[in-house]
Write a protein that binds this ligand. Structure first.
Ligand SMILES: [Zn+2]
Ligand SMILES: [Zn+2]
Ligand SMILES: [Zn+2]
Ligand SMILES: [Zn+2]
Ligand SMILES: [Zn+2]
Ligand SMILES: [Zn+2]
Ligand SMILES: [Zn+2]
Ligand SMILES: [Zn+2]
Length: 1836
């Protein structure tokens, strides 16, 4: 009743009335009234689209003042000290590493710009998931980085809020919020029951309401407080949320809510009952890994687990106690609607709210995971989740708080475990049938789509806080749980080697697998490790290590692994091993723990070793092409494993773990295991023939190389064995730089992150830069010829190459094999350049290693074991004897191992120098284990097992020629002969160890038929035992190899050792010979016995070495040669595949490099020859003249250009506006000025006359350029035909006539026919003549008349008539004219009032000539001072072009009655009696002289004699000069005009008055003054002009400047038509130079008289009469002044001037609205020619199917556009229908581009690059220089 009344009243007054009621002391009636009003207004049964309720709320809250006003008032009470601005995806924000405490810190642009971050390590970034500004939050960033506003703690100065201001809000908002909640409850349906689109619909309807809430949060702290109080108040929630029993609707949606709640738990009620029942049956020892049941889903077996969590409440369904909780609940259910998220986040600056919200978020964490997994758009949802969680968990206090109070860690780990459980399958590793291990299935969406990442990244985020990480490490059950999580990834994505057929389908699951291990396992591991760095944390490490070992044990049991691997399997994923390894490493390196105490027994170590070792062997197998049938993806895995982002978490821990194993296990066992895993055991025999059942022949060598390389890496790598972090960083950097020069960013990317964090807040992160400057030199960005641009690069310093280049590190870090070669090539280039090694190919340098950490000393035993020495001996022997499969690489690695052994002696073995006989059978090979003493030990006989067919067998028949004293007795030989079997050896050792360690264990070791590999298949050839006579020691073999390599007998003299000592450094770099010498020297200095032995061997005279057939070096070069040969063949074959026609011309064309083609380009410049000019056809290769029948043509590119039109008066480029105040005015450009002039003329004068008085083509003129190559036009046609049939994708469109020059591959689109030229003719036309000018004038007139007898049309002075004969040549000429017309747009051709009239065509044609002349002038720098030598001239085809144009112009004729020649040369009575009462003709004084000259030249019979040309130039000069006088006089003040008029009159009668500027000027003034209008306009602004006084000098200067453009053009024309040389001159003498060149001036100018301009005049009739006539034409016309004073001089064209700092552009334009569509474009772009701002690709500004950028390129640049993409900082070029990415002109401090602003570092203008861009624009060479063009389909 009351409410109904209120409802009817005006909202505003009601609000006011209620407010006053409520302010009374007894406000109960007010409260009641309000409640009743709200009851009826906020009715959830009404559709939310009805915004009446919303309006009511706004009014009620605001009271009488209105909502806008209210907002302002509330905002003034804002007491926030935090910025807290929340943004969504794509927002531009900043991050400052110097100021950040948390790596997630971010700032809004405003706070960033208002803070001081000079010299800080900051970057700009585009937010992906959204974020919030941290300014003012000292938990996240240092206070020094706060902006001015938030540093001031504004809160303290803000008055407290008046009580009544927000009273209404406090009462209305709870009702409003519950109303929204009810809508949400009502709208929700489970996704399984309905389409999820319904959710979107509900949200859409609620949009205004939620937007309103969001707006409220932006009103500052005061309103936020009100809101947060309401949201967290439990009583209000109780009162409003559940009650209302009487309301059926409310009841219904409440029930809806309850059922939604019920589903929120992780385990549904039914499921719970099930697990509860199953639980007791689980064995306690299996823990979390107990299998519940394996249900078959498809082919894959999916496994479900029961997780024993600590707290079942994590999985329980939810209960809510306040609005906030329910709102968050719905936010999750509705999959995080953006506005809702922003609303909730906007209140975070309120600290209490932040805590409550965080708790609520944690409470819902399991529910979030559940919803995320069900979501259809998990990507968007993930981003939104992280948007929230990053705000909460980056704050350490908050994270610790919720960890303590809400079990955050338990929740997170449990939730992660649950999530992964949904996609587990049975592991097939090892024992496919009986395996009890389960792993994640990498092909499931959860892994493939990375759905887990938000949760994992939250986990990583909280682990970065020390207090939280400690909690985790102290909680053993959590650790156990985490280890079971990690074990889900252990052995995932198993690869099985395909042996027979290629896999049908290359699964790409490995991406998912690698990403999962890195993100879910390794990242948390690194997080934990950062907190285990000091002694105090030893316990943590011990615990983790213990659980690792336990879990590993469980894993070995589960997969049924004993000691033998199942064959042909490999998994790259061993996170448990890697956890173990990395915690071990940290323990030893930082915590001072004893390694021994953390290691398991020997048996366990042997097991741990197997899988990582298998990966190393598999890497080698993959590179040896043994896995080809598994497809390319397996190579992808091998590469990812070592790639910079993964290597720290994968290969490095694996190698380290193997090193640990090697240091503790028996070295003989280890070495033999290695060779067995690499399957090369069979190779290691001294027999010349062997069998290998495991490898194909071609795989043996690479596998052997792999095994040796691995051993070298294992024994020399020190990353975890003693190197300091700095040393590691240095080594990483050096190895990357050695492979290639790197940009700063790519280097940053290539350096593994651990242990040197490149980002983040760890102090000393700047050491990257310091290190970089220590090892590398910066190479500034340079330009290569042809325009390709280099970025700033870092290259190794010379000392680095000399001392630090480490080939082993390079091998370890190479993803692409070619990088190793690249490093070696660069190394040898350095050596050559520095003169350190100049002959042949150097070998990888040997590098000494840092000493081992004492814990790992055992590793050196690897180098001092008999097994390895036997292998080395065998290999040296085989290499010496040139056995197959022995490569240079093998020798290199063998030598490396020897040298490592020499440099790393095992201490306790020192006493072993003396031989001691041991008991084992093979031990008799060598007396001890010390390499140094074994080196000189002589092996006499070796027993080998060989096939009967082996050469050894035959040799045995003859008695052994024994010279050795020890071997006198054959029987002894047999006993002494050495047998060796690696496999047997390993077996034996293994048994020994097992037996030693435990007696029961031996039962476990089944004497399995170890593996079938060693049983030869089929019928094996009979093996026989043979005894080989050897009599060599390692030293003797080395010396023999030295001889072999140097191809010299006795290459080492007996005394060479003594000579050696002098210079120890000599051996650092060199080839194999150097390496052997170095080893021998080392051996000699370290052991007397070795020294003696060496001297002895060297002293012996060796029998001549067998002629070396295949020394490794020679073989290598041969290999290289062979490879090159093969490459050549391949190339040849490719070529052959081209159309045979095309091929034939290609080949012939390649040979044509004759200078004739050059000469042909410029006929005029060519030397005078008797014969016709010959052209070479680049297609058929024939040479001949261009004839009427078979014309030849020049390859040309026609393009429309507006470069001329964009020229300005000022030489300074226009500035790109970067504020709203700045603007660019286009009116002062050349194009605009000419348009205005023509339009003005057309408004006064006859149209056809106007069209002959100007030139067009300033905008959209056609520019013709050539590469200078010629071809037969018929050859060209068939060439085009072949291109059309060619299916290969080309960057150009053949249909549009585009092609590339067959010879030079330059882009072209037409062929310009060459005129059949007889040089003799040219000569005669050149002859100078002494005819009088008047005679010549008459001759010219006659010539013009010759063509002028055709009927005149009434509308036009120009008429067309058919061409006389139709030869092939003339047809082609017409075709090219057509091409020229098609090149530009219609609007650039039709300037006349009658579209399509011949006048238009006429104007367009002669303007083409003008455009090309003008452009050449521009290319020559705007004048002709530099003379004939100009690059542009070489490529000019103006002569040919003129000819073609002239041929075409012959179609037209100028009516003699209107021929300007008459009026130019004769004093005739004015023709007042016009035939038609049309507008008058354009007066001579308004006509453009250069245009007239071109018209005359083109319309007269060709070829034109030079004398006639000169005559034309002279007569037109008279006119030009008169125009100059008229223009000058118009600039005078009336007084000056008067003065000059008077003084000149006196000279009128003097001698030579017709060549006196004073007399002529005076005459012009007098004539023009006859009518007032001419000079009238001036009077308005006399002060401006009178400021300067005209002197004779300034007058002369002005006249010359006015005439110069005409002279330049004439001179250039003369140059092209007659080949006259352009002689250079100083700029101030240009006028006289040109005048002389044209013959206007006497050849010897009078030096006393600098007034040249008048003396160039040459009158055939009375100058004064003629001038009077010209002047009389203009008197009586309006606007004379404007037309008289014209701009003839234009500055050279420029692109806009850009600011130095890119940020200036970016900040203004990235959020600027487009003027056309008024929206902020998604991809804004900027025209660098005119500054127009456009929507790239935007549909908003698309017109006629053309997007704005393309559209603009057509209008601004006649289809050429240069655009800066604001959001990417790169420039794109549009040329016609194609576009290309040009690159960036903005580079960072390291000289690098930052495309798409990914790094966000400050960018600065690279002036050189911008100049190159401008130059390409001006010279029209975009098409030639830029390579990667693609069609844009008008879509840009
Ligand atoms: Zn901010
Ligand atoms: Zn701030
Ligand atoms: Zn900073
Ligand atoms: Zn040809
Ligand atoms: Zn060419
Ligand atoms: Zn433009
Ligand atoms: Zn636009
Ligand atoms: Zn737009």
């Amino acid at each position: 009743m009351m409410a109904a009344l209120l409802l009817r009243r005006d909202k505003k007054s009601t609000a006011a009335h209620l407010k006053s009621d409520l302010n009374r002391t007894d406000n109960s009636s007010g409260v009641r009234q309000l409640q009743e009003l709200l009851d009826s207004v906020l009715n959830p049964e009404k559709p939310p689209a009805d915004t009446e309720a919303l309006d009511w709320c706004k009014c009620l809250i605001a009271g009488e003042e209105g909502f806008e006003e209210f907002c302002k008032t509330v905002r003034s009470y804002d007491n926030a000290t935090l910025c807290g601005l929340v943004w969504t995806a794509n927002f531009v924000a900043y991050r400052c590493r110097t100021c950040g405490i948390s790596p997630c810190m971010s700032l809004c642009a405003e706070c960033f710009n208002n803070g001081d971050h000079t010299g800080h390590d900051f970057n700009m970034f585009r937010s992906q998931a959204g974020g919030a500004c941290d300014c003012g939050d000292s938990n996240v960033m240092r206070e020094t980085g706060f902006c001015r506003r938030h540093r001031l703690r504004t809160g303290e100065n803000v008055p407290s809020v008046p009580r009544d201001l927000l009273l209404m809000s406090e009462m209305v908002l709870p009702r409003f919020i519950i109303c929204i909640i009810q809508y949400l409850r009502d709208g929700y349906t489970e996704p399984d029951t309905s389409a999820e689109r319904d959710l979107q619909k509900v949200l859409q309807q609620l949009e205004p309401q939620i937007t309103f809430l969001e707006e409220l949060t932006k009103m500052g702290g005061a309103m936020r407080t009100v809101l947060t109080k309401i949201l967290t108040n439990q009583q209000t929630f109780k009162d409003l949320s559940m009650g209302q029993e009487e309301n059926v609707f409310a009841k219904k949606n409440y029930e809806n809510y309850l059922s939604a709640l019920k589903n929120s738990g992780l385990v549904s009620v039914e499921e719970k009952a099930q697990t509860g029942a199953a639980e007791p049956t689980q064995g306690s020892e299996t823990g979390a890994l107990g299998l519940l049941d394996g249900q078959s889903i498809g082919q894959r077996k999916r496994v479900k687990l029961s997780s024993s969590t600590k707290d079942p409440s994590i999985m329980d369904s939810l209960k809510h106690k306040c609005f906030l909780e329910e709102l968050l609940f719905w936010t999750i259910k509705y999959e995080f609607p953006q506005k809702m998220v922003t609303f909730l986040l906007n209140m975070l600056p309120d600290q209490d709210y932040k805590i409550t919200f965080t708790k609520t978020f944690v409470q819902h964490y399991a529910f979030i995971m559940k919803t995320l997994m069900k979501s259809q758009e998990s990507d968007t949802m993930s981003n939104r989740i992280v948007h929230i969680s990053v705000q909460l968990f980056s704050n350490e206090d908050l994270a610790r708080h919720v960890t303590e109070e809400c079990q955050l860690l338990d929740i997170m780990v449990t939730v992660l475990l649950y999530m992964m459980e949904s996609c587990l399958i049975k592991s097939e590793l090892q024992d496919e049938e009986n395996s009890r291990h389960v792993v994640v299935n990498c092909s499931e969406a959860l892994l493939k789509n990375n759905t887990y990442w938000p949760l994992v990244s939250d986990f990583i985020n909280i682990l970065s806080h020390q207090s939280v990480a400690k909690k985790f490490l102290e909680d053993h059950s959590l650790l156990m749980l985490w280890m079971s999580f990690v074990s889900f990834f252990q052995g995932m994505n198993l690869n099985k080697r395909e042996l027979s057929e290629h896999v049908e389908f290359e699964s790409q699951t490995y991406y998912a697998a690698f990403a999962a291990e890195l993100e879910a396992c390794a990242q948390p591991m690194w997080g934990l490790l950062t907190h285990c760095k000091v002694k105090e944390t030893q316990e943590y490490t011990k615990t983790v290590v213990r659980y690792c070992l336990e879990t590993l044990q469980i894993w070995f049991d589960a997969i049924g692994f004993v000691d033998e691997l199942a064959p042909n399997q490999v998994t790259f994923h061993l996170p448990l091993h890697r956890y173990y390894a990395m915690f071990l490493s940290k323990a030893v390196k930082c915590q001072g723990l004893d390694l021994e105490s953390l290691l398991p027994d020997q048996e366990m170590l042997m097991r741990i070793m197997v899988h990582p070792l298998q990966i190393q062997a598999s890497l080698s197998e993959i590179h040896s092409n043994m896995w080809v049938r598994n497809g390319l993806q397996i190579k992808g895995q091998a590469m990812t494993y070592v790639q910079s982002h993964f290597c720290n978490s994968m290969i490095d821990p694996d190698i380290f773990l193997l090193q640990v194993c090697a240091s503790r296990l028996d070295p003989d066992y280890f070495i033999s295991s290695v060779f067995e895993r690499f399957k090369v055991v069979d190779l290691l025999t001294m027999a010349s023939v062997h069998q290998n059942t495991a490898l194909d022949g071609e795989q043996e060598r690479p596998m052997l190389e792999g095994a040796l390389t691995f051993l070298v890496i294992l024994s020399s790598l020190r990353i975890h064995l003693g190197m300091a972090d700095d040393e590691i960083l240095r080594a990483e950097m050096v190895s990357q730089l050695c492979m290639n020069d790197r940009t700063h960013s790519s280097l940053l990317d290539l350096i593994p992150e651990n242990p040197n964090p490149k980002s983040g807040i760890v102090p000393g992160s700047c050491s990257f830069e310091e290190m970089l400057s220590a090892v590398a030199d910066f190479k500034a960005p340079v330009f290569e010829l042809g325009g390709s641009m280099q970025q700033g690069m870092y290259t190794p310093k010379a000392e680095v190459w000399e001392k630090e280049f480490d080939p082993i590190m390079v091998i370890l870090r190479t993803v692409y094999r070619r990088d190793v070669q690249s490093a070696m090539d660069r190394y040898s280039a350095f050596l050559k350049q520095s003169g350190m090694h100049t002959t042949g190919n150097p070998w990888p340098p040997y590098k000494e290693r840092t000493p081992l950490h004492p814990c790992y000393k055992g590793l050196d035993r690897l180098l001092h074991c008999k097994t390895l020495h036997i292998v080395i001996f065998t290999l040296l022997y085989k290499i010496w004897l040139d056995h197959s499969n022995m490569s240079e690489h093998v020798l290199c690695m063998v030598l490396y191992l020897i040298e490592l052994g020499l440099d790393n002696q095992v201490e306790e073995d020192k006493g072993d120098e003396e031989p001691c006989i041991e008991e084992h059978c093979h031990d008799s090979w060598f007396p001890g284990t010390n390499l140094l003493s074994n080196l000189h030990h002589v092996i006499n006989y070796v027993r080998v097992r060989v096939p009967e067919t082996a050469p050894e067998v035959k040799r045995e028949r003859e008695p052994p020629a024994s010279t050795s004293a020890e071997a006198s007795n054959f029987g002894q030989n047999v006993r002494e002969a050495q047998v060796f079997s690696l496999v047997a050896e390993r077996r034996r050792k293994f048994q020994e160890i097992i037996n030693r360690s435990s007696t029961e264990a031996s039962q476990a070791v089944r004497p399995k038929s170890s593996s079938t590999r060693w049983v030869p298949p089929g019928t094996p050839p009979q093996l026989v035992t043979e005894i080989l006579e050897i009599h060599e020691s390692m030293l003797s073999l080395l010396i023999k190899l030295h001889q072999k390599l140097s191809a010299k007998q006795n290459s080492l003299s007996a005394t060479w050792l003594e000579d050696m000592d002098a210079n120890p450094n000599r051996h650092a770099h060199g080839d194999g010979i150097t390496a052997i010498e170095r080893i021998l020297t080392k051996a000699a200095t370290r052991s007397h016995q070795s020294k003696r032995s060496i001297q002895e061997i060297c002293g012996k005279v060796f029998p001549p070495v067998a002629p070396k057939k295949n020394s490794p070096t020679a073989k290598k070069t041969m290999d290289k040669e062979e490879r090159r040969q093969r490459a050549r063949e391949r190339q040849q074959k490719l070529l052959a595949e081209f159309a045979s026609r095309q091929k034939s011309f290609m080949e012939t064309a390649m040979d044509v490099e004759s200078p004739d083609t050059e000469a042909a380009m410029d006929l005029g410049a060519s030397e005078v020859k008797e014969s016709e000019v010959l052209y070479d056809c680049v297609i058929c290769g024939q040479s001949g003249p261009s004839t009427e029948d078979r014309p030849t043509g020049l390859v040309v590119l026609l393009q429309a250009s507006s470069v001329l039109g964009h020229r300005c008066k000022s030489d300074e480029a226009k500035k790109l506006p970067t504020t709203d105040e700045e603007r660019i005015y286009p009116a002062d450009t050349c194009g605009a000025a000419h348009d205005v002039r023509l339009a003005l003329m057309q408004s006064f004068f006859k149209d056809s006359s106007c069209l002959q008085s100007v030139s067009i083509g300033w905008d959209g003129g056609v520019y013709v350029q050539t590469c200078g190559h010629t071809l037969h036009i018929d050859c060209h046609k068939s060439y085009m035909e072949s291109l059309r049939n060619d299916q290969v994708m080309q960057g150009f469109s053949v249909d549009k006539g585009e092609f590339t020059c067959p010879l030079c591959r330059q882009f072209a689109n037409s062929v310009l026919p060459c005129r059949p030229g007889r040089s003799t003719e040219v000569v005669s036309w050149h002859m100078p003549s002494n005819k009088k000018t008047s005679v010549l004038v008459k001759e010219v007139e006659d010539l013009q008349e010759q063509l002028g007898f055709f009927p005149v049309s009434t509308t036009s002075h120009c008429v067309t008539f058919p061409l006389q004969t139709e030869s092939n040549l003339s047809k082609e000429m017409e075709l090219v004219i057509k091409d020229i017309k098609n090149t530009t747009q219609r609007k650039y051709m039709d300037y006349g009032k009658n579209p399509g009239s011949p006048d238009n065509d006429f104007l367009f044609m002669y303007s083409v000539a003008r455009t090309n002349l003008e452009l050449e002038l521009v290319h020559r720098g705007g004048n002709l001072c530099s003379g004939g030598a100009s690059g542009a001239a070489k490529r000019s085809c103006l002569n040919q072009l003129f000819h073609v144009l002239a041929m075409h112009m012959r179609l037209y004729s100028i009516d003699s009655a209107y021929n300007p020649w008459t009026r130019l040369t004769q004093v005739a009575p004015s023709r007042d009696n016009c035939l038609d009462d049309e507008r008058p003709e354009v007066p001579m004084l308004f006509r453009d002289c250069p245009s007239l000259l071109i018209i005359f030249v083109l319309t007269m019979p060709q070829p034109l004699r030079k004398e006639h040309f000169i005559c034309l130039v002279r007569m037109l000069y008279n006119l030009q000069y008169t125009q100059a006088l008229a223009a000058l006089s118009a600039k005078f003040s009336p007084e000056e005009r008067q003065a000059w008029s008077t003084s000149g009159t006196l000279k009128k009668n003097a001698f030579n008055a017709e060549k006196s500027y004073e007399a002529l000027l005076s005459h012009v003034i007098t004539e023009l003054s006859k009518v007032k209008t001419v000079y009238d306009v001036n009077t308005d602004e006399p002060s401006m002009l009178s400021s300067s006084v005209w002197s004779p000098q300034s007058i002369e200067y002005s006249l010359q400047q006015f005439c110069l453009p005409y002279l330049r053009l004439s001179c250039l024309l003369q140059h092209h038509l007659y080949g006259d040389n352009l002689s250079g001159c100083p700029e101030e003498e240009e006028f006289s130079g040109l005048a002389g060149c044209l013959g206007l001036l006497d050849p010897a100018p009078q030096p006393s008289n600098p007034m040249y301009s008048a003396s160039c005049l040459d009158w055939t009739v009375s100058a004064f009469d003629l001038m009077s006539q010209w002047c009389s034409e203009v008197t009586g016309l309006a606007d004379t002044q404007t037309l008289l004073v014209q701009d003839l001089q234009w500055a050279s064209p420029h692109l806009l001037h850009l600011p130095d700092n890119y940020n200036t552009i970016f900040q203004y334009y990235h959020k600027k609205a487009c003027t056309a569509c008024k929206k902020v474009p998604k991809d804004p772009a900027l025209c660098l020619v005119c500054g127009t701002f456009v929507c790239l690709k935007g549909l908003c500004c698309k017109q006629h199917g053309i997007c704005e950028c393309v559209w603009h390129s057509q209008h601004c640049g006649a289809a050429t556009g240069i655009f800066l993409l604001i959001n990417a900082s790169v420039i794109i070029i549009i040329r016609g229908h194609r576009f290309c990415l040009w690159g960036s002109v903005y580079l960072d401090a390291h000289g690098e581009e930052d495309r798409d602003l990914r790094r966000g570092k400050p960018l600065f203008l690279c002036v050189e690059r911008y100049r190159v861009l401008e130059q390409q624009w001006v010279s029209h060479t975009f098409d030639h220089i830029n390579k990667r063009w693609g069609p844009h389909y008008n879509g840009l």
